[in-house]
Design a protein. Structure first.
Length: 144
């Protein structure tokens, strides 16, 4: 998705983006987690952040859903979502409610047509729950 959005012609044609536990990037230096002094490779996030910015303005639609899985060798979806939220000057709102398919939602960001949903879970089944909730999340995205 980020490669498609890098091309301005494609960016103009895409109306909505939904990322289900799938926005990743590398650490710099490679493999050095944030807690050990690494930073995120923001070049890999630039096109997605630009799309997010357009969705905040109401020009596009974007929904990012993520679990709390920490891969360790590359940035987690929580870390990349946090970076995107920070880049937009936004803040998460803590929530505790049931999301689609029984997922436990822990946080949210909603502004314009941009939304980030943070869910509990650190296991492979928690990752797959995102896929199983695709219908509900897509419906939510298209209503924004």
């Amino acid at each position: 998705m980020r490669a498609i959005l890098r091309d301005p012609r494609h960016m103009a044609r895409v109306d909505a983006v939904m990322l289900l536990d799938g926005m990743h990037t590398s650490y710099v230096p490679e493999g050095q987690v944030l807690a050990a002094g690494g930073v995120l490779d923001t070049a890999n996030l630039a096109s997605l952040t630009e799309f997010a910015r357009a969705s905040v303005r109401g020009e596009k639609r974007m929904l990012i859903a993520h679990s709390e899985i920490f891969p360790g060798t590359y940035a987690s979806t929580t870390e990349t979502a946090d970076r995107t939220i920070q880049s937009l000057g936004l803040r998460r709102t803590p929530v505790l409610e049931w999301g689609p398919r029984g997922m436990q939602q822990l946080s949210a960001v909603r502004i314009g047509r941009f939304e980030v949903l943070g869910f509990a879970g650190t296991t492979a089944p928690d990752h797959i729950d995102q896929l199983h909730a695709m219908r509900e999340l897509l419906s939510r995205l298209l209503k924004r």
